[in-house]
Ligand binder design. Structure first.
Ligand SMILES: Nc1ncnc2c1ncn2[C@@H]1O[C@H](COP(=O)(O)OP(=O)(O)OP(=O)(O)O)[C@@H](O)[C@H]1O
Ligand SMILES: [Mg+2]
Length: 239
C-alpha cells in the first residue's frame, strides 16, 4: 500500500561550514508527516528549527540522510526540479513577512503567479479571492508599509497560497505580531488545514503551538520529542 506520508525524513543531518567553524545543526532527525497534518516545531534558539524547515521546503539539502517529499528523493533532484517542486507544492511564510514594501497587497499576491506564467486576468481574480479569504478585501490597494504587522502577515499568507501549495511552511509566523493578531493568523492556519493543506510552523510560544495537532521539539539539532497536542488543549480551540 502506498504510504500517505507527504514528508518522510530519515536520519538527516546538516553540517554548516563557515571558514574553520563547523556546526552540526541537525543530528540524525527522523519523522514522517501525513497529508493534512498540522504540526508545530518548537525548540530553543539555535536548535536547528529553521535549518529543518529549509530542508523540508527544498531550499537546502541535508548533508546526509534521506528526505522524501511526496515520494520523491529531494537530494536526487536538479536545481530546476527543486525550484519546480517548491513552486508547485510549497507555500512559505516568514517571520519578517518578506513583502515588497512600496507595492500593493494585490501586486504582492500576484507576483508568484506572474513568475509562474499565469495570465494577468487570472492572477488578478485569484489574488482578489485570496485576499478576501484572509479578510483583507478592504486593503487590496494598501502598500505593505501602510498595513499593520498582522495584516502584512495575512498578505504573506495569501501570497503563499497563490499557486495552491499542498504544504504550508511557516517560520515563526507570529513572531513579529501582537497576540490578538496572532490568534487571527492561527485561525487562518486552522481553516487552511481543515481545507486539506498540510501546515508546519515553527514557533517559540506554547500558546501558538497548541493550535497545531502535533508538536515536534528540537533541542541541539536532535528531535527530542514528537507528541500530539493534548485533546484537552485542542478542544478549547475555536476551529
Ligand atoms: N547558513 C548558515 N551557515 C552557517 N551556520 C548556520 C547557517 N544557518 C544556521 N546556522 C547555524 O546552525 C544552527 C541552527 O540554526 P537555525 O537557524 O536552524 O536555528 P533555529 O532553531 O531556527 O533558531 P532561532 O529560534 O533563533 O531562529 C545555529 O548554530 C546557527 O548558527
Ligand atoms: Mg529560526
Amino acid at each position: 500500500m502506498p504510504s500517505s506520508a507527504i514528508i518522510s525524513v530519515k536520519n538527516i543531518s546538516k553540517i554548516y561550514r563557515v571558514t574553520d567553524v563547523e556546526t552540526l545543526a541537525l543530528k540524525n532527525v527522523s519523522f514522517q508527516v501525513n497529508r493534512g497534518e498540522f504540526i508545530a516545531i518548537m525548540g530553543p534558539s539555535g536548535s536547528g528549527k529553521s535549518t529543518l524547515m529549509h530542508i523540508l521546503g527544498a531550499l537546502d539539502i541535508p548533508s546526509s540522510g534521506q528526505y522524501l517529499l511526496d515520494g520523491m528523493d529531494v537530494s536526487k533532484l536538479s536545481d530546476d526540479q527543486l525550484a519546480d517542486i517548491r513552486n508547485q507544492k510549497i507555500g512559505f511564510i516568514f517571520q519578517a513577512f518578506n513583502l515588497l514594501p512600496r507595492t500593493s497587497a494585490l501586486k504582492n499576491v500576484c507576483l508568484p503567479m506572474a513568475y509562474a506564467g499565469i495570465s494577468k486576468a487570472q492572477r488578478l481574480s485569484s489574488a482578489i479571492e485570496l485576499l478576501t479569504r484572509v479578510g483583507l478585501s478592504d486593503r487590496m490597494y494598501h502598500t505593505s508599509n501602510q498595513l499593520s504587522g498582522g495584516q502584512q502577515q495575512r498578505v504573506a499568507i495569501a501570497r503563499s497560497l497563490s499557486l495552491n501549495p499542498t504544504i504550508i511552511l511557516a517560520d515563526e509566523p507570529t513572531g513579529n505580531i501582537a497576540t490578538a493578531q496572532a490568534e487571527e493568523i492561527m485561525a487562518i492556519f486552522q481553516k487552511l488545514n481543515s481545507e486539506g493543506h498540510t501546515v508546519i510552523m515553527i514557533t517559540h510560544e506554547q500558546d501558538i503551538a497548541d493550535h497545531a495537532r502535533r508538536i515536534l521539539f528540537i533541542r541541539d539539532g536532535k528531535l527530542e520529542s514528537d507528541h500530539p497536542v493534548s485533546k484537552r488543549r485542542f478542544s478549547k480551540l475555536k476551529v
